[in-house]
Write a new protein. Structure first.
Length: 857
């Protein structure tokens, strides 16, 4: 609604026509009284915004419905009246703007953005004004009818005229501008429709005109054909001078080629080629295939000239490494010609309409091929006679020197003569790498000796990458072969290493065999073996063998770790095989000695030297390899050392047994029982051998001493088991026990004097048997035998039966009781037990003769 209702912020007065705004005395007739805020507050005055008096409805004579003229109205409402609220609002706005500006532009560099802020605020104001206009437009349309209704009331009309004049004027201006725009748009649409209609009429007329003249165009076909023929003939006429000069140009080009004026010759050659190709292209496009043969025949000399030029180019490329020193201009000319031809090939291939004969030439690829053949030609061809020993070393040294020299030429000179995209240094490096790899494979197909194989492995795995060759300071960093892969593949390296190990193995086997043959001959010398500073027997065999193996391992370690490990394993295998052959040699020597104990003269001494050699070899195995992971001696090799030691000890004990055997035959006989002293003689023999045994090192000496004591004890018990003496009465049993005690005590004291502890002696079994024989009450034999078999679990029923027979006073009942007790208490032999009775055989008992004694018997 236009006017506020009574009581809604405006002071109203009652008159005859209804409520009207209050006049003087309360609120001015030209002002509204509205509350200034929420709640009870003084009434503030709001000035009407009617700015255009021309919009107010006037009477026919220039007066309004309230009877006032326009002049009186202007006099009563001056426009220059100042409103305090507006001034206050303006001050507040200016203060806020000043505060904002001082906060933004307090730094000098911010002043540069003043233009941006101005543009932004201008756009904001324009946007706000536009939104206000659009907001007021519908409101103004509602206001207009109400204004006409209020015109009859003087008070209401005065309020509308002064309170809304400015706002309605703005709305009317906006509506007027919108209406003018709509009118202009409609006028333009009307004009455009008329122009479109006129254009359609013109197009229809043109269409009918073309349809009427279609027959006239058919007569122009012949003229078009004649025109085309005329153009072709004109082209031919223009080319005729060039065609007539083709042979002359070809001859001149050939002269230029002979004079090595390559660029000039190639320019003329390209001109003739372009002429030929253009003619062939025209014939191809028009389908005149029959004429192509004539053209090719006419230009036949061009192909020969091309071949001549190509031959010269490839000769130049073949000697490029020398030309870049002497005449780089010629080489550069050849490269420029190759690049010209390559560009022509690329252009023709991109067009893909017609390829002239001989295209694409592919001279760049040909350049690479010729260049690679040049640098790999005769350099990698080595005669078969040079593949062994020093010949191969000279060949590899020449390769090394030549490759480094040529790579330096390419890096320093040739790179400057070719385009960068040729990557000529990389191509040259890769070519040498591949050629060397193939060349080494060809060499390895031959049957090479170990020296040649070592040279190849060392050269391929060490020298090739060293500063002496591909890592030369003059080649770095441009030359890098790390990206090209290994010169020899891992499979080939492994295969070559195995070949080398086999060759080394054959050589080691040969040297070891010779060493063993020399050692075997020394055993038959008429003098004792050598001794060291401690007086122990020895020979040069351990030093020779270990030095040979160690040198081969050290040489292999110069190549690769895998080769060192292979040679190390081979050395251990060969050492184990050598120990086997050494045992065979000792057996052979023992057989010769059995035939004649005087040959060899120092048989025992050389066996003792062999024991010392075996011990030296065993202790030197760990020094073959410095790697801590490989110092553990393999079990098979350790077993081989043990077998060699046992074999030498066995031969020594057999020699000792030969001297003891006659004395052992005298034991446990009636003569021995009556006072013979064979044990004293045995002690003398044992003492003599013990002095010889002292020429071996301590561990082996103690082993020999223990084995000797075991041998003596077993021989003494074996003689007892022969039942040469069977006690007939208690007196003989006493004599037997006394002799057993004396002999056992004498032997025990002997070995104790030699350094063998009593707890380690097997003679204690003699003392135990002596107690069994001396037992006076046979009924107690079961308990004594039980204790005996517990201490010596390898004793058998036959041994106990023999002892009971020797006693001579054991009844059958006691015998059965003892044997039953043994059957009820079977014994298990411990692993640490040293067997003694199991090595003693009991003679079979004599079967009773069933026939009567007589003549027939």
């Amino acid at each position: 609604m236009l006017c506020p209702a009574p009581g809604e912020g405006c002071v109203w007065q009652k008159d005859a026509g209804g409520f009207i705004p209050a006049r003087e005395g309360s609120v001015s007739s030209r002002e509204w009284a509205v509350p200034s805020g929420n709640g009870p507050s003084p009434v503030r005055k709001v000035r009407p915004q009617w700015e255009s008096p021309a919009l107010a409805p006037l009477a026919p004579h220039g007066r309004d419905t309230m009877g006032l003229s326009a002049e009186d109205e202007r006099a009563t409402s001056p426009r220059d009246e100042e409103w305090p609220e507006a001034e206050k609002a303006e001050k507040l706005a200016r203060g806020a703007a000043l505060k904002w500006a001082s906060g933004v532009f307090y730094r000098p560099e911010k002043l540069e953005e003043l233009g941006q802020y101005h543009s932004r605020e201008t756009q904001r104001n324009s946007s706000i004004q536009s939104r206000l206009k659009l907001t007021l437009l519908p409101w103004s349309l509602k206001v207009m009818p109400i204004s006409h209704l209020c015109m009859s009331h003087s008070s209401c009309w005065s309020w509308m005229r002064w309170g809304h004049r400015r706002r309605v004027w703005d709305v009317m201006s906006t509506v007027q501008s919108y209406l003018e725009g709509v009118s202009a748009g409609l006028e333009q649409l009307r004009s455009a429709a008329q122009e479109v209609q006129s254009l359609c009429q013109d197009l229809g007329a043109a269409r009918w005109a073309l349809l009427n003249t279609a027959d006239c165009f058919q007569g122009l076909q012949q003229m078009r054909a004649l025109m085309t023929e005329h153009m072709q003939l004109a082209s031919v006429v223009q080319v005729l001078p060039q065609l007539f000069s083709v042979q002359e140009v070809l001859s001149h080009t050939l002269q230029l080629l002979h004079g090595q004026q390559l660029l000039e010759a190639h320019a003329e050659l390209m001109m003739v080629e372009y002429l030929r190709d253009d003619i062939l292209s025209q014939l191809h496009l028009r389908g005149f295939s029959s004429g192509q043969a004539t053209v090719l025949s006419y230009f036949s000399g061009l192909q020969e000239l091309n071949e001549t030029l190509a031959k010269q180019l490839w000769d130049i490329v073949g000697s490029s490494l020398h030309l870049v020193h002497e005449d780089p201009v010629l080489f550069v000319s050849a490269i420029r010609i190759i690049e010209r031809e390559e560009k022509i090939d690329d252009t023709l291939l991109l067009e893909a309409t017609f390829l002239p004969p001989g295209r694409p030439k592919g001279w760049r690829q040909k350049f690479y091929h010729v260049f690679q053949e040049t640098i790999t030609g005769s350099r990698f061809q080595a005669p078969r006679m040079d593949m062994e020993g020093s010949g191969l070393a000279r060949h590899l040294a020449a390769l090394q020197k030549g490759i480094v020299s040529e790579l330096r030429v390419v890096k320093d000179l040739m790179v400057q003569c070719v385009p960068a995209h040729y990557k000529i240094l990389s191509v040259c490096t890769a070519t040498f790498h591949q050629a060397l790899s193939s060349h080494l494979q060809d060499i390895l197909r031959e049957d090479l000796d170990k020296q040649a194989l070592f040279l190849l492995l060392e050269w391929a795995l060490r020298v090739y990458h060293s500063p002496e060759m591909m890592g030369h300071p003059d080649l770095l960093p441009e030359v890098d072969v790390s990206a090209l892969g290994p010169l020899m593949s891992p499979e080939l390296v492994d295969q070559t290493e195995r070949k080398y190990v086999m060759k080394v193995k054959a050589s080691v086997l040969e040297w070891m065999q010779r060493t063993l043959e020399v050692e075997f001959k020394e055993w038959f010398r008429e003098e004792e073996p050598e001794t060291d500073h401690q007086g122990f027997f020895q020979s040069a065999l351990p030093i020779i063998v270990m030095q040979m193996l160690k040198e081969n391992i050290q040489v292999a370690s110069l190549i690769t770790e895998s080769l060192r490990q292979k040679v190390y394993n081979m050395a251990l295998e060969e050492l184990e095989a050598f120990l086997g052959r050494l045992r065979e040699a000792m057996v052979q020597c023992g057989k010769e000695h059995q035939k004649d104990r005087s040959i060899p003269k120092y048989y025992v001494s050389y066996l003792l030297a062999t024991l010392n050699n075996n011990l030296a070899l065993s202790s030197s195995v760990s020094s073959l390899d410095t790697d801590t992971a490989c110092r553990e001696v393999p079990l098979s090799l350790r077993a081989a050392f043990d077998r060699t030691q046992k074999k030498a000890c066995q031969l020594l004990l057999e020699e000792l047994l030969l001297d003891l055997q006659p004395l052992c035959l005298q034991l446990h006989s009636r003569k021995w029982l009556l006072g013979s002293q064979p044990v004293s003689s045995m002690c003398e023999v044992i003492d003599k051998y013990a002095k010889d045994f002292s020429r071996v090192r301590r561990p082996v000496f103690m082993l020999l001493l223990m084995e000797t004591e075991l041998l003596v004890a077993s021989q003494y018990l074996r003689a007892l088991m022969q039942k040469k003496v069977v006690c007939k009465n208690e007196e003989e049993r006493g004599q037997l026990c006394a002799r057993l005690l004396v002999d056992a005590t004498q032997l025990r004291e002997l070995f104790c004097g030699l350094g063998l502890d009593q707890s380690q002696q097997s003679l204690e079994a003699v003392f135990a048997l002596q107690e069994l024989i001396c037992l006076k009450d046979p009924a107690l034999l079961s308990l004594e035998v039980l204790g005996f078999i517990t201490k010596y679990p390898d004793v058998s029923d036959e041994h106990i039966s023999t002892l009971l027979d020797i006693r001579g006073d054991v009844s059958k009942e006691v015998r059965h009781m003892v044997l039953d007790m043994m059957a009820q208490h079977p014994q298990v032999v411990p692993e640490s037990y040293r067997p003694i009775f199991s090595t003693i055989l009991v003679p079979m008992p004599e079967l009773p003769f069933c026939l009567r004694k007589g003549k027939c018997a």
